[in-house]
Design a protein around this ligand. Structure first.
Ligand code: EPU
Length: 419
């Protein structure tokens, strides 16, 4: 297992170019199997979850070529709709659930193991299943596998009980190949929903309303390959913005979409950081002391749950008492014990963490309990006095491309060691 060793105290300065969005590309790659065709996808981040998804599709029979950040997916020969043999691979990420929608759309059949992913609370897929059933699929879950069959896939009116990124994308993936019109109400509006919809539309799908809470899809008989470039990663951008603010740095983030960052920009500004939109990106200048603020995670355009953990680190050194309420996942506070070991003053009451700012964090050995908690631990290490060791960084590798190299380029003293 690799670990990061971080010598805290350096102010981050320089530029980072942001890679493609993990949670968009993990929907786009499975979408590429919806027809017998070849698609070229650019701005694909080199991260473990993406490489695992490519590996699974290759095992199912797709021909995939990868060069730098471009991935070409050729599914002209039929691929298997049965993923049951690859439980180990699918169990290492959440997004393997998109194989359900994509394979059901193309073959009217799919057998896919239940997904894995970060352990951040109860993560049912009942809304995905409700959507597939509404489209006409019979769904059986046995021996850890979701087995679906739909002799006829027909458009339907689906009202999601909770706003779900995964269910919205998964239903879109199947509905684009259904007969007739599907309406998804209470749909998620995240930038990656729009990105997957744009990719599907370029493949010949007919999706309207992505980015609003009502998505209308008219099924098509034919789809074709396309060329597409994935949007920049909102959460990666936010992570570097917070690292800059926490270290009193001055960092320009390039290849970003400022509109996607508004909730984060607003909160960092409230804390006293300077966030400027420049021609070629977003510049963040950190000013200490940071001011205490209150944050509640919400579906987009609200403050993203995936940045709750990094934000908590900033609050640990902000002047006054901050609160952070997690309204999406009920146990996304596992990392708090690690921050307490660094001297943070945090108490948890239900879904709200109250954080009384301390002068500084003190370096020690801490653990990345999941992907975004891992990013938070890196930021904690950057501001702590002394040498921090972050273990279990395999979680970080799932979702951040070249974190260590990028951080080093802007002045962080961080190195990777193998244990
Ligand atoms: N939910 C249900 N039933 C469902 C689906 C979701 O009750 O069928 C609930 C969940 O338990 C949760 C809420 O609805 O309380 C929202 O879950 P959502 O379905 O939106 O999350 P997800 O699809 O499991 C994706 C991202 C997560 C991100 C969330 C929220 C991917 C692969 N994962 O998860 O990303 O936190 O949306 O934005 O896209 C990460 O990148 O670190 C990460 C965890």
């Amino acid at each position: 297992m690799d670990a990061f060793i971080i010598e805290g105290g350096n102010q981050l300065q320089g530029e980072v170019s942001i890679s493609g969005a993990k949670n968009a590309v993990l929907g786009i790659i499975p979408a590429a199997v919806l027809c017998a065709c070849t698609s070229k996808i650019e701005n694909v981040p080199d991260i473990k979850d993406v490489n695992k998804m490519i590996d699974i599709l290759e095992k199912l029979g797709a021909e995939i070529y990868k060069e730098q950040d471009t991935v070409i997916i050729n599914t002209e020969k039929p691929i298997s709709y049965d993923v049951s043999d690859y439980e180990e691979e699918t169990g290492q990420m959440r997004a393997s659930y998109y194989l359900l929608g994509a394979l059901l759309g193309r073959y009217r059949k799919a057998i896919v193991p239940l997904p894995g992913g970060c352990n951040i609370g109860d993560r049912p897929i009942d809304q995905h299943i409700k959507g597939f059933q509404a489209l006409g699929a019979t769904v059986v879950i046995e021996h850890g596998q979701v087995k679906m069959e739909a002799p006829e896939l027909k458009g339907a009116h689906i009202f999601l009980d909770v706003v779900s990124v995964g269910a919205t994308i998964n239903i879109m993936l199947a509905a684009v190949r259904a007969d007739g019109k599907t309406v998804i109400e209470n749909a998620a509006k995240e930038p990656h929903i729009v990105d997957v919809a744009n990719f599907l539309n370029l493949m010949g799908a007919n999706i309207k309303g992505a980015g609003t809470d009502v998505i209308k899809i008219t099924g098509v008989d034919e789809m074709h390959g396309c060329e597409y470039s994935v949007i920049p990663d909102q959460i990666t951008t936010g992570t570097y913005m917070m690292a800059a603010a926490a270290t009193e740095g001055d960092v320009l983030l390039k290849n970003v979409i400022p509109k996607h960052m508004e909730a984060i920009t607003a909160k960092l500004t409230e804390m006293g950081a300077i966030v400027k939109e420049e021609d070629n990106g977003i510049r963040v200048i950190g000013k200490r002391p940071l001011k205490a603020i209150n944050v509640k995670t919400m579906p987009y355009p609200g403050f993203p749950t995936d940045l709750q953990q990094p934000m908590a680190v900033l609050m640990t050194i902000a002047e006054g008492t901050s609160t952070i309420t997690e309204s999406i996942f009920e146990s996304r506070f596992k990392y708090v014990d690690e921050l307490r070991r660094m001297g943070a003053n945090i108490s948890i009451n239900g879904r709200t963490a109250s954080i009384i700012g301390v002068k500084n964090l003190s370096a020690t050995k801490i653990r990345a309990t999941d992907l975004r908690a891992g990013a938070a631990m890196v930021i904690a290490g950057l501001i702590a006095d002394g040498e921090t060791k972050v273990t279990d960084i395999v979680h970080i590798d799932r979702g951040y491309e070249k974190l260590q190299e990028n951080m080093r380029n802007i002045g962080a003293d961080i190195r990777r060691v193998s244990e």
